[in-house]
Design a protein around this ligand. Sequence first.
Ligand code: SF4
Length: 483
Amino acid sequence: MSPAATIPRVAGPPPNSLLDKPGEACGVFGIYAPGSDAARLAYFGLFALQHRGQESAGIAASDGETITVYKDVGLVAQVFSENTLSALNGHLAVGHTRYSTTGSPTWDNAQPAYRQIVGTGVALAHNGNLTNTRNLAGTFGDQGATTDSELMTEAIARSVDPNRSDGRELERAMLAVLPSFEGAFSLAVMDQGHLVAVRDPHGFRPLSLGRTERGWVVASETAAFDIVGATFVRDIEPGEMVAIDASGVRSHHPFPKAEPRLCVFEFVYFARPDSLLYGRDVHGARRAMGHILAEEAPADADVIVPVPESGIPAAQGYSATSGLRYVDGLVKNRYVGRTFIDPTPALRERGIRMKLNPLRSSLEDRRVVLVDDSIVRGTTTRQLVTMVRDAGATEVHLRISSPPYRWPCFYGMDTSDRDSLLAAKMDIDEIAAFLEVDSLAYLSLDGLMRATAIAGNPLCTACLSGEYPTDVGDGKFVLEGSS
Ligand code: SF4
């Protein structure tokens, strides 16, 4: 078999978030479908997962004999062409869109990660962050791995038994090595002939199983099934590993049982509104957040204005409950992504205008309730408030459809530095004064839980409550290029 295809190494653009949001998680996709052009289907699946990572994209494909990998920095549409897709042959593929939670985006850190030891190649796509990378590197050796994803790939490849070739080599290697991984990981992994998908015992990041006419797909979000004509079968359970090949789907549970803890921010901000999480539609949950926010924190105002786009469903819910008129007061430039050329410091001051522009006719001489889903660092929310006032609003009442974000995330978000979190340093009155709003209110944690409408409290809320589901020690376990 041939090694992974290589392409020129390209320095990527620096991280460049023009809005004050936590960085998205990554997107993973996998497909096993005999007779299909798996790489092409993975390409479409990655389009649906583009919002989860815009720094790099990649696909590994296999025809049963040879694995080929193509990856690069940039958006899915920039990375792949007809030529590169045509070179990715076979009925089996895994794909990835990446947002680096730390470090700069580089070709080396793009995924799928690939290792070949003896005759077996392993390609891996990962969403999450491991929290025991130092131990893992000590046990398996890092072989120059710069990301936790590469470390996992190395550990899996080294665990393949070259003396047993019954088609279950990857499955056995993963069953052996998975219990040594700690932290957040939703994975799509393949060798030449098999697809394996796994969620960590807490299930911090989503991963679902779907069915196509010819086979099976797994994806970070169910919205990726629609675009490839697949139907949703079920979520991969927290702590479950499924192996997929010609004999069907085999389910394993290689971890000790743990409490499920899906990231609540998938509901608040990360996931697409047309995805399902625990069977709950994300759009419906966001509308319910707005309903409850209006009950908890009414405002004496004239209009409701959402911060597009993830603030829109909550603003609709707030409007429906409060009876205040919903208007579009901010227009989003849909073509500014993370690959936008880094602005000069002077332009960065006005950075928010590159993404959002006010509609004066909606705002002038009005008392405005501005609805957003979260404030993380507060860096651009203040600019946003000033912009709305400059467009003629007489009052600005800010309503946030999640509780204050006070604690760092170690499970795949880019907020591991507590000093940068606005609500970790200030109380609500101080934040309101800093943002120069007439009033400020956040949704309560209880209100957020009610809005998700999921029984049994299976959600992680650590960044809102400080209650971490795992031991995070000193938090210094994140490799330079964690994903
Ligand atoms: S700490 Fe917050 S952002 Fe991180 S997984 Fe938990 S809920 Fe999600």
